[in-house]
Every structure is written in structure tokens, then in C-alpha cells.
Design a protein around this ligand. Structure first.
Ligand SMILES: Cc1ncc(COP(=O)(O)O)c(C=O)c1O
Length: 397
């Protein structure tokens, strides 16, 4: 992973060129082969995702991104399910979902309950705190499997067991672990899962997914619907619209296929890997990073040791040493974390960038860094420590 956002694998560039060239040829051909090929490849993307997270056939479809997948789901629930009830999230969930839900609360008549980080406690929202605020008024809870700020991995078994006892719908955002750690939608059984493909799965932006469990599916009538929500998109009689029985009901107009197709080679590559050695490799890299001397430099690890196999920003085994050094960036960021990431580019707002550039100076190869990069350490005094760490890291690399 370059940093928390963009996963790489050895042949990524050439695979992408090949796949997108094939797409261009198909799409530009003067024949009628376009849709057959393009929709078949999109289906292959769906099938590979389903295989990855053990989702039954027909339970998963594409979405533009995680936020859009969440919106699809919320907009599909029977109004009475949320009205007058609570939707529970944690403060360390992905902000975009929070923005979405806080905007929807009034329209859908629910109260958004955000479980805060404990003052002076862990850098992630503790399961005990989630459970303490999770009562029978919670209609829906969205859990984040792995935090995008600390890599903390939630104990889903425990949280889902509690949520079941409260009678809540339970969804999981698996974005920060999908493709790296094994995930099974049935263990524990959850009602929906949202994710995207560009992180550990090494795909492209725009290739999100939504999984909906069999039991919930028939209750869902997405607000965002269209001809592709039907079992037969060519059923055009205006009074005969009918939702497909499966996850296709979450489709709407002509599906955006290109991002799924562009992500296909990465998914194919991932599915050929051995799960156990994949995790072991990542853990070994994380361990090497820790052995690189964080403690000696007065740095405290923010990522809980039990989650180390999900630590991002260390998968640089395919990256030549010189390029790795060029890419290394250290950036002080929100909540007192310093993030140590291998980044070449990112996109935070120019004004914030200037602020951060000032706070990171004189780090010579500082690159602008979005607030969602992998936080790794908490530092008492960012600038000198960052400089020291950068030297040590370069030696280590
Ligand atoms: C936990 C988590 N969820 C979601 C996202 C991305 O959401 P979206 O695809 O809506 O941009 C990220 C990206 O960093 C993330 O870390």
C-alpha cells in the first residue's frame, strides 16, 4: 500500500494498461459486442468480491463508493424501520459516512448517535463504550471493522452478538481490511457490508460494493431505482416495474462498469494468493517496522498490537530502495497523530496543505497528505522526532 488509500501489487500498471486497452477496443469497435463483454466483466468483478467475503450468489452489487453504498442501503429500508429510532456509529468511523448520516437524520426521522473516543483513553472507540450506548432503540448500527485512523480492529463477534440481542440491523464497513484479512459475511452474520476496491484489493476508485443479507433483501426497496433494478432491465412497461429478487435491485440506471473492469486484474491476482501467507507477509513487514526502533525515539504506537496485521503503509516489498526513500513522507495530522506513510501524492485542501507544510517543515520531501492516511504513532513533539525518525527510516529501508 502506498499509504492508506492506494494498494499496489507487482504487475498493477501493466495489468491496468492491458485491461483498459481491451476495454477501449471493445467499446470503440463497430459491432454489437460491447454490452455482452462489458456486463460479463462487471459480473466477474461481483463474483470475485462475493468469493472474497463469502457472500452468497445474488447478494452483492456494485456502488460508486462506500458512502454511496451506505446511501443505497438507507434509502432502501422501510421508513418505519428508522423513524423515531437511533442509528449508532463510532467517532472513529469514516467521516464521510458520518456526514451522510447526519445529513439524512432529519429526513429519515432518526437520531444519529455517535459514540465518542474516551477522554484520555485509547485512540479508538472502545467496544465497551459502543455496547454501553447500544440499546433497543438502535435500529441500525454501522461498525467499522478496521479503523482508518488507528488500524484498530473491532471485535465484530462481540459487537454483533450484542447488536443481535438489541434487535438492530448491523452493517460493517470493511474498507480498511478487505483483501488483506479474511472476512466472512456470515461469521458473524451481519445484515449488510459496504466497501471499495482501491485499498488492499489494489483496484481503482469507483469500484465500491454493497452486500445485503438474504433476510434483509426482500425488505429493501431502494429509493434510487431504475431499469437495471429489475430482473429484466428491458421490461419497459411503465406500470410493470418490479424489483429484482436479489442485489440487482440496488442497481439503477446503466451501471458504471469501467471501474469494476479496471479493478478486475487486481481482484484476480488477489484471489490467486494464499490468505495465510498474505497476512503473514504483512505482519512480518509491520513487525520489521516496529523493530526499526519506534520506542527508542520516544514514539508510542497508536495501533493496538493485536491489529498489527492490518497496519497500512508498510507493504513496500516490491518497491526499490531508492524509490521507497523518495516516497517516504511523515506528516503531523489531526488528533495528535503523526502518520508515517509511503506516499507519492494525495489531495488535501490547499489551505490545509499550507498549514501542514508549515508544521512539517523542514521535512524536505514532504508531500501533501490527506487526513485519512495511516496514522502510526503518537508523538510528543512532532518536528524533531519526525526528522529523527525519517533518518532512521531511510537507513532501515
Ligand atoms: C473505513 C473507511 N470507509 C470508507 C472509506 C472511503 O469511503 P468512500 O469510498 O465513500 O470515499 C475509507 C477511505 O479511506 C475508509 O477508510
Amino acid at each position: 500500500m502506498l499509504y492508506h488509500s492506494i494498494g499496489h501489487y507487482p504487475e498493477k500498471e501493466s495489468d491496468l494498461i492491458q485491461e483498459l486497452t481491451a476495454f477501449s477496443k471493445t467499446w470503440a469497435a463497430f459491432d454489437d459486442g460491447q454490452w455482452g463483454e462489458v456486463l460479463t466483466k462487471r459480473q466477474r468483478f461481483i463474483d470475485l468480491w462475493a468469493e472474497l467475503i463469502r457472500a452468497p450468489k445474488g447478494s452483492l452489487t456494485t456502488a460508486e463508493n462506500v458512502t454511496a453504498a451506505m446511501m443505497s442501503l438507507i434509502g432502501a429500508l422501510p421508513p418505519a424501520m428508522l423513524n423515531g429510532k437511533k442509528v449508532l456509529v463510532a467517532e472513529d468511523g469514516f467521516p464521510s459516512i458520518h456526514f451522510l448520516l447526519s445529513g439524512l437524520a432529519e429526513r429519515y426521522g432518526f437520531t444519529l448517535q455517535t459514540v465518542p473516543l474516551r477522554q484520555g483513553g485509547a485512540h479508538w472507540v472502545e467496544e465497551d463504550d459502543m455496547i454501553a450506548e447500544w440499546d433497543e432503540d438502535v435500529a441500525l448500527a454501522l461498525l467499522t471493522w478496521i479503523s482508518s485512523t488507528t488500524s484498530h480492529r473491532n471485535d465484530l463477534t462481540r459487537l454483533v452478538a450484542h447488536g443481535r440481542a438489541m434487535g438492530s440491523l448491523i452493517g460493517v464497513d470493511i474498507t480498511q481490511g478487505a483483501g488483506l484479512l479474511p472476512y466472512d459475511v456470515t461469521a458473524p452474520q451481519v445484515d449488510f457490508v459496504i466497501s471499495t476496491s482501491l485499498k488492499w484489493l489494489c483496484g481503482t476508485p469507483g469500484a465500491g460494493i454493497l452486500y445485503v443479507a438474504d433476510a434483509l433483501m426482500p425488505l429493501c426497496e431502494p429509493d434510487l431505482r431504475g431499469w437495471f433494478s429489475q430482473a429484466n432491465p428491458f421490461s419497459w412497461a411503465l406500470d410493470a416495474f418490479a424489483f429484482a429478487p436479489d442485489a440487482r435491485r440496488f442497481d439503477n440506471g446503466t451501471p458504471s462498469t469501467l471501474s469494476a473492469i479496471a479493478s478486475l486484474p487486481a481482484l484476480e491476482w488477489r484471489m490467486q494468493q494464499d490468505d495465510a501467507s498474505f497476512v503473514a507477509h504483512n505482519l512480518a513487514l509491520s513487525t520489521r517496522l516496529l523493530e526499526g526502533g519506534l520506542e527508542a525515539m520516544g514514539l508510542t504506537l497508536a495501533t493496538p498490537p493485536a491489529s498489527l496485521s492490518a497496519v497500512a503503509a508498510v507493504s513496500w516489498s516490491h518497491c526499490p530502495r531508492a524509490r521507497l526513500r523518495q516516497r517516504l513522507s511523515i506528516n503531523s495530522a489531526r488528533r495528535g497523530f503523526i502518520w508515517i506513510v509511503g506516499a507519492t501524492r494525495c489531495g488535501c485542501h490547499p489551505a490545509r496543505s499550507r498549514q501542514r507544510r508549515a508544521s512539517c517543515a523542514p521535512w524536505p520531501r514532504w508531500t501533501r497528505c490527506s487526513s485519512k492516511c495511516a496514522p502510526f504513532c503518537v508523538v510528543p513533539s512532532p518536528r524533531p522526532v519526525a526528522e529523527k525518525f525519517s533518518r532512521q527510516w531511510a537507513d532501515f529501508a
